[in-house]
Design a protein around this ligand. Structure first.
Ligand SMILES: Nc1nc2c(ncn2[C@@H]2O[C@H](COP(=O)(O)OP(=O)(O)OP(=O)(O)O)[C@@H](O)[C@H]2O)c(=O)[nH]1
Ligand SMILES: [Mg+2]
Length: 651
């Protein structure tokens, strides 16, 4: 069995990820000609909209074999609107290559990606691409990488730029070729013997340095930096060789109990829904039934496909380390861990959409098929949180920004043949209980039905999410009904008394009663919705708004104006930093007031100033500065109407 290395390629937009992926495929012999992103001919920019626009919007996984090692490369999109796609891909990766354009340097998106990789403790190489661009200053860039990302980003190659077309990147067949002093000084941090030898000026055996180096890279403490001109095939082979040097000693994990994760779902025209799996340990065979650890459901594997270049090749089994696409799962969702052992892991996103947008079919007869299409898309990207409010005839999606909206518009047309129009997106507010309170419902009429529940809700601090537990024994409410209550809670929290999703609270089921004859699970779903809303009415709620972190650069003479802008937007900022006639300001701004600010700032500064913004957190806002929303559908506070409607739905 060949060892497998799974690599995610990440970077800010346009750094050269897709070009690098194409070069790796070519270098391995997997493809015979090199495609070009600008002509729409690469393997991984395969969607029509990617070809047209020359940007990646979906992650694409491709495989090849090189020197008896199986590689899977996941090319990810660079635009901030598609960050959730990047996060899903990282579930499958053993390591990451962070591409940085030598010309653009460390962008705010680069920092966001780095922070996520840091959280995951994923080993990574830094590839400094586009070193052919005029006026690049490699030394300055290395300092920037160390300052903004990590001091242990250390070049392991020598680069000599004499002039355009005269770049030599020296190969690293062995670590003897590199700027040894610098390298050993960095490595010495990770091993006391090496450190002592280094400080006393003694020679250190090459194999000792090599071991310490590899361990430090594998444990994500040391990050080799390499150079490339991806579009001219320069630096590609060296990169591959060095990755093999560090990562190829993988063990055979196929005999252990199965564990795997679903990192991507994708609809295939012939095969239906494909679940992309990263197998950690064990093996998967055709027709095998596999337990989904999230919902306890066993699903049967129909076909297993390996992805080579852009082709799906039928295989009989998948082993530990492999990435495969399987057909046959219908209940799996991205981030589900599956198999025989519980890894005790849970996937959650670092970036979440803060905008909601209404989608309309241009031709009203497409309304139902549009709803179906949006449902399908939201299975592949759960963060879209598709909501269909039938009373209002509204189709709503959660999105990150305008680029994503434009891409969705094209995608829906290409894939489903439906022409759509997006309304102006709105900020997604949330709400949270003001105080501890109780909510009660006794749903025992009209018969047959029986569900009595009492909840306590308590506010939690910001960014806590929802915690649920039950203090009621199974003698009072049977386990199957308790499960129904737990399943209903997220639904019941979708809209609170101000019309927004309720978050940052603890809910405890403290009393309740079922009936041997009359109770059905659906009764508890109804009672839960009613009692939770009752609790929220009793506690009253605070409105929460999304807050962005920002970093701004501008000419010094704009300071007064900018400070006044920030106050007007209800923002706050730290002490400005002055350098060479410019200022740098960082701070926080409500998303609601600052959406248009990048444009305002650009026009105010003649295009010289810039601002980078990133979601930070939800914080309490005065109702007068925020927005309330009407309850969509039938409000549980209108108890009789709600019951009537819900009973019809269950029957
Ligand atoms: N000068 C120069 N240009 C390059 C190099 N590598 C890639 N490019 C160009 O940079 C542009 C972006 O390349 P892509 O490979 O699409 O970048 P990407 O990171 O995949 O972009 P997104 O997926 O949209 O985030 C293209 O025009 C490439 O031809 C390089 O080494 N030097
Ligand atoms: Mg790309």
């Amino acid at each position: 069995m060949n060892p497998t290395i799974n690599i995610a390629i990440l970077a800010h937009v346009d750094a050269g990820k897709t070009t690098l992926t194409e070069q790796l495929l070519f270098h391995s012999g997997e493809i015979k000609t090199i495609g070009n992103v600008n002509k729409g001919t690469t393997v991984t920019d395969s969607l029509e909209v990617e070809k047209q626009r020359g940007i990646s919007v979906a992650s694409a996984s491709v495989g090849f074999t090189y020197k008896n090692i199986d590689f899977n490369i996941i090319d990810t999109p660079g635009h901030a609107d598609f960050m959730s796609e990047v996060e899903r891909s990282l579930l499958a990766a053993d390591m990451a290559i962070l591409v940085v354009s030598a010309y653009e340097g460390v962008q705010s998106q680069t920092k966001i990606i780095w922070e996520i990789l840091e959280k995951l403790n994923l080993p990574r190489f830094v590839l400094i691409n586009k070193v052919d661009r005029q006026d690049v200053d490699i030394e300055k860039l290395i300092i920037e990488l160390k300052e903004k990302l990590n001091t242990f980003i250390v070049p392991i190659q020598n680069i000599d730029i004499q002039g355009i077309g005269e770049i030599t990147i020296s190969p690293i067949q062995s670590i003897e070729n590199i700027d040894k002093e610098n390298f050993i000084e960095a490595i010495a941090e990770f091993d006391d013997d090496v450190l002592n030898n280094y400080l006393s000026g003694e020679d250190i055996p090459i194999n000792k340095i090599d071991t310490v180096y590899k361990n430090a890279v594998e444990s994500a403490r040391f990050f080799p930096a390499m150079f490339a001109i991806a579009k001219n095939s320069i630096g590609i082979e060296e990169l591959l060789e060095e990755i093999i040097n560090v990562f190829s000693n993988s063990k055979d994990l196929s005999l252990e109990p199965l564990s795997a994760v679903v990192f991507k779902l994708n609809h295939h025209p012939q095969l239906g829904l494909l679940s992309y799996l990263r197998v950690f340990k064990g093996s998967i065979h055709k027709k095998q039934e596999i337990l989904n650890r999230r919902n306890g459901i066993k699903e049967k594997v129909n076909q297993i496909k390996k992805v080579f270049s852009s082709k799906l090749i039928d295989v009989e089994e998948a082993l530990g380390g492999h990435i495969v696409a399987v057909s046959g799962f219908s209940e799996a969702r991205v981030g589900d861990f599956i198999g025989d052992i519980d890894l005790n892991k849970e996937f959650s996103y670092n970036t979440i959409p803060i905008l909601q947008v209404e989608v309309k079919a241009v031709n009203s007869e497409d309304y139902t098929s549009l709803a179906e299409a949006l449902y399908q898309l939201s299975i592949e990207d759960p963060l879209l949180r598709f909501n269909w409010y039938k009373e209002e005839k509204q189709l709503l999606l959660n999105v990150n920004g305008w680029i994503q909206i434009q891409i969705l518009e094209t995608l829906i047309k290409d894939r489903f043949g439906i022409e759509v129009k997006f309304e102006t997106p709105n900020i997604i507010y949330k709400e949270t209980p003001k105080s501890t309170a109780f909510g009660y419902d006794e749903y025992t009429m009209p018969k047959p039905c029986w569900a009595i529940v009492k909840f306590e809700v308590e506010p939690l601090k910001r960014s806590s999410g929802v915690i649920y537990n039950s203090k009621v024994g199974v003698n009072d409410i049977l386990l199957k009904y308790q499960k129904e209550i737990e399943r209903t809670i997220p639904k019941a929290l979708e809209q609170g008394i101000k019309g927004w999703e309720v978050t940052d609270l603890k809910i405890t089921l403290i009393e309740g009663e079922d009936h041997v004859m009359h109770s059905r699970p659906g009764d508890f779903a109804i009672a839960t919705n009613l009692a939770i809303m009752d609790a929220l009415k009793n506690s009253d709620t605070d409105l929460l708004e999304p807050i962005m972190k920002f970093e701004l650069q501008a000419q010094e003479d704009l300071l007064g104006q900018i400070v006044s802008d920030i106050y007007k937007m209800r923002g706050e900022f730290e002490q400005p930093i002055f350098a060479d006639g410019n200022i740098k300001i960082s701070g926080k701004l409500p998303a609601a007031t600052s959406m248009e600010y990048p444009i305002t700032l650009a026009s105010r500064s003649g295009g010289k100033a810039s601002i980078q913004m990133q979601f930070d957190s939800y914080q309490i806002v005065d109702v007068k500065d925020g927005k309330l929303r009407n309850y969509k559908g039938i409000n549980p506070l209108d108890r009789s109407k709600f019951i009537l409607k819900a009973r019809k739905a269950i029957q």
